[in-house]
Design a binder for this molecule. Structure first.
Ligand code: CMC
Length: 429
């Protein structure tokens, strides 16, 4: 008869242990009873980069990396991208269910009520050099919010938590737009609440007193779809950071600022920026084979390819590829698209990439769309961070409400010097 347990024999002692299995997982702490002697600390698992360790139970996002499936609260990403809006998806992530019409209106109102930023934040943004990287401005502005809303440290109060969520989702696009306007030396546009979340962002960035100004609805919709695709991705580096920092019970502004810092790295949300720089560096379709050869020799990576979890085409990349063509119909075509398509074509039939299951990820085409929308390249990771804020906040809230969670504190295997006595300075060689 099958039993949901794992039997382990320790060959050092000959002892056998029976360990319960739940959700195809064993509890790491159950290994602690495997000891050589009673003074022994007990067995641990070693898992650098958490390659095979589940650090939480979650009901937010489901990924099947082998089949290329991504679902938020059970809804397939393809259906959400096609039929939903970013703010509706943000509600779904945070509250667990799709809103009815009345709740959606309420939610949109709550977010738009919080999209003005404090004058101190405006002063802070203006204190940056004109060429400061926008992610530096995001990270600093969000952590500065922690000083403006000190009540946010009441993280165990659900009503206080909810208000900080509205504030962050409201204010982050405004910080994004102001950081952009600061960079190009133009006055700031304050939010227009008659517009959708993404149309308002484009308006705040673009508007220059033109007569009959209207945000291009195709571009606002494309950005909205990109926002849906980027909203959450379970326990990636930045989300794990949000949970890890938040587990100290610090306020969510500090946690989100840390998560944004993690996202900034070129192996994570900074990859969209790196893809564009790579395409510019390749410069011409005829240089693609040579570039691929250099990647295979280990002289760099094909940015926008590969994923820790997806060992199949990233479902987000499939949707983004389609959006890219729609955007290029509304804008002028991007010559770098041709290079990207050729890179993808060659890589997908090359043994190096096939053997390692390297497929285009979400960042491979998103940068081309952002560029068509005329965002500067440095701006791309910020455009990833705006929608990811809803995922980070949903995950943060779930962590706080989870009785099994505590302050995050991994173990280590100490391999340094054994105890030794201090040597005074004049006796050291
Ligand atoms: N180009 C060339 N070779 C690669 C690439 C790549 N993009 N990605 C992985 N490999 C190779 C790697 O060299 C290794 O080969 P070998 O076994 O011969 O040493 C093998 O594939 C496994 O790579 P890994 O680094 O162990 O895989 P990982 O799961 O630790 O890394 C990754 C995942 C996303 C960091 C990596 O694929 C990568 O650096 N990709 C490029 C950066 C990128 O596009 N990042 C965006 C990720 S999706 C958005 C997000 O989550 O933020």
């Amino acid at each position: 008869m099958s039993k949901d347990t794992l039997t382990v024999t320790d060959n050092r002692t000959g002892k056998t242990y029976e360990i319960p299995i739940q959700n195809d997982t064993i509890n790491a702490i159950d290994l602690r009873k495997i000891k050589v002697s009673s003074e022994d600390f007990g067995m641990m698992t070693y898992d650098p980069a958490y390659m095979n360790t589940a650090a939480c139970k979650s009901t937010i996002t489901y990924i099947d990396g082998d089949k290329g499936i991504l679902e938020y609260r059970g809804y397939p990403i393809e259906q959400l991208a096609e039929q939903s809006s970013y703010l509706e998806v943000a509600y779904l992530l945070i509250y667990g269910e799709l809103p009815n019409a009345e709740r959606l209106k309420w939610w949109e109102y709550r977010i738009s009520r919080h999209n003005f930023i404090h004058q101190n934040l405006i002063d802070l943004i203006q204190a940056f050099r004109y060429d400061a990287h926008p992610m530096g401005i995001l990270i600093s502005s969000v952590s500065a919010m922690s000083t403006l809303f000190p009540e946010a440290k009441e993280v165990d109060d659900p009503a206080v938590r909810e208000k900080q969520i509205w504030r962050m989702l409201g204010m982050i696009p405004t910080v994004a737009a102001f950081a952009y306007r600061h960079r190009i030396g133009r006055p700031f546009n304050f939010p227009d609440n008659s517009l959708s979340y993404t149309a308002n962002l484009l308006y705040m960035m673009d508007f220059m007193n033109q007569r009959d100004y209207e945000v291009n609805p195709v571009l606002a919709k494309a950005l909205d779809v990109l926002f849906i695709l980027h909203a959450d991705h379970e326990q990636n580096c930045s989300t794990a950071t949000m949970r890890g920092v938040g587990s100290s019970r610090v306020d969510p502004y500090c946690s989100l600022s840390a998560a944004a810092a993690a996202l900034y790295g070129p192996l994570h949300g900074g990859a969209n920026e790196a893809v564009l720089r790579m395409l510019q560096h390749i410069g011409n379709v005829k240089n693609v084979p040579d570039f691929i050869d250099r990647v295979k020799k280990g002289e760099g990576r094909l940015m926008g390819f590969g994923h820790r979890v997806y060992k199949n085409y990233d479902p987000r990349a499939k949707i983004i590829r389609k959006v890219a063509y729609e955007v290029f119909e509304a804008t002028e075509s991007n010559p770098l698209l041709e290079i990207a398509v050729e890179l993808e074509r060659i890589a997908l039939q090359d043994e190096y990439f096939i053997a390692r299951k390297l497929y285009p990820n979400v960042d491979f085409y998103s940068g081309l769309i952002y560029q068509a929308l005329r965002f500067p390249i440095e701006y791309f990771p910020f455009l990833f961070a705006i929608p990811r804020a809803s995922g980070w906040l949903a995950q943060w809230q779930e962590m706080l409400e989870d009785d099994e969670q505590k302050i995050m504190r991994p173990r280590q295997i100490y391999l340094g010097e054994a105890r030794r006595d201090y040597v005074p300075l004049d006796q050291r060689s």
